[in-house]
Design a protein around this ligand. Structure first.
Ligand code: ZN
Length: 98
């Protein structure tokens, strides 16, 4: 059974993407594998340890690319690829900061 740790991504926006990616990784059914999803530079990353294959890389790269376009807070599609938040959430976040 492939092990997948709980995502180190506190917000709900990527939950669907993480779930979808986890399902794909689980079908590999390799007990040597342990995955650990986290956020870095505004995109979804997966730590795979030292063991990886082309198939795993493809699944993970796909998730990372998709996450560039999904707001980490609300899950809506975003245009700005620099940040992990959509315009609405970013505005909300700035408001709360003041
Ligand atoms: Zn948002």
């Amino acid at each position: 059974m492939t092990k997948i740790k709980k995502a180190m991504v506190g917000n709900k926006g990527w939950q669907h993407l993480i779930q979808e990616t986890n399902e794909k990784l689980k079908t590999l059914n390799n007990p040597k594998l342990e995955f650990f999803p986290y956020q870095k530079y505004g995109t979804l990353r997966y730590n795979t340890g030292i063991y990886s294959t082309e198939e795993i890389d493809r699944i993970i790269d796909d998730a990372e690319e998709k996450s560039e376009h999904i707001c980490i807070a609300c899950g809506s599609t975003k245009e700005d690829q620099e940040k992990s938040l959509c315009k609405n959430c970013l505005a909300q976040f700035r408001k709360e900061e003041k």
